[in-house]
Design a protein around this ligand. Structure first.
Ligand code: ZN
Length: 315
């Protein structure tokens, strides 16, 4: 079927994926009545029309609309006498365990799924390009992160945030000065967290985790954070959440100053981070009531109702 000229963009894109999807659909032969001999994916080599031209098909004495049942007789393969070597090879390529089951109907299976049924998960795994897991993956992608925070943090980890140094590399004429401190040129390394404005926020956050260290350049902070938040403790999870919140809110403050003409001082941004963290953690509900966790909750002024006995459901 050709792609209709007047169909929508979405339908057009879906129809163009038919070739890809066809590879995932496998016909398991029963009586062969429900499977096209030439066009369906039942042979180990895939749809045979891809390797045979119309002339060869017609010379074989079978119609283009033939089903697999046309080469089955009394439950065994019964192909017309091969007239060329390719047809002979097609017959020979059928494995010994591919035997017609004439008492059964053909079965169409989504063969990349274990149960033969279509699933988004297995399809995505089959088509996505895979690469080595980045060391910061668990810092960005974890249950309970806020999607918009994770997205900005992901861009930062990829070094794809549109900071002024990048804009200037692309030839855009922008004032290179950091709008948060007005004391240095804006770059990812400067914004997070070498800038005096953002380091004020970040160092308060570190202090609440009882960490005494000066804020450093982005690369160093990410490397350190990956090491610090290993494991699934409440502290690790809270740290990852606050890290994402800090990057997001500092980036939003930067955007607000450039595009909205509004500015807030560092303590106000920190208050905003606190507010979001408290309301978010409040929904977790069950955290083990250990001394460490209680101390963490006091430092972050989190509601005490999140404590509960036993294993936390949220971690
Ligand atoms: Zn700055």
């Amino acid at each position: 079927m050709k792609v209709p000229y007047d169909c929508s963009w979405t339908v057009r894109k879906i129809l163009k994926l038919r070739g890809l999807g066809q590879n995932f659909v496998k016909h398991h032969i029963g009586n062969g009545l429900g499977t096209s001999l030439w066009y369906d994916n039942w042979h180990p080599w895939g749809p045979l029309y891809k390797i045979l031209d119309d002339r060869t098909v017609s010379r074989l004495g079978t119609a283009a609309s033939a089903t697999v049942s046309s080469v089955i007789s009394n439950g065994i393969w019964h192909w017309p006498r091969p007239r060329n070597n390719l047809i002979h090879q097609i017959q020979m390529a059928i494995p010994g365990n591919l035997v017609p089951q004439i008492e059964m109907e053909d079965e169409v299976r989504w063969h990349i799924s274990p149960n033969g049924q279509y699933t988004t998960k297995h399809t995505w795994e089959a088509i996505r390009s895979k690469s080595e897991k980045v060391p910061w993956a668990s810092l960005v992608w974890f249950p309970r992160n806020v999607p918009k925070w994770a997205f900005i943090l992901w861009l930062a980890c990829l070094k794809r945030l549109s900071t002024k140094d990048r804009l200037r590399k692309w030839g855009m004429e922008v004032d290179p000065t950091c709008v948060l401190c007005s004391q240095a040129d804006e770059s990812l390394q400067h914004l997070f967290f070498h800038c005096c404005y953002s380091s004020n926020i970040w160092e308060v956050i570190l202090y609440r985790f009882q960490i005494q260290r000066k804020a450093d350049l982005w690369n160093s902070e990410v490397s350190w954070a990956i090491h610090f938040c290993r494991g699934n403790s409440f502290q690790s999870l809270l740290f990852k959440l606050v890290f994402a919140a800090a990057v997001y809110h500092i980036w939003m403050e930067r955007n607000s100053r450039i595009f909205g003409g509004r500015s807030r001082c560092a303590p106000e941004v920190l208050d905003s981070i606190d507010e979001y963290i408290r309301s978010h953690v409040y929904s977790w509900k069950v955290i083990p009531s250990s001394v460490e966790n209680q101390s963490m909750c006091e430092l972050w002024k989190l509601p005490r109702r999140i404590f509960g006995p036993g294993i936390p459901r949220v971690l």
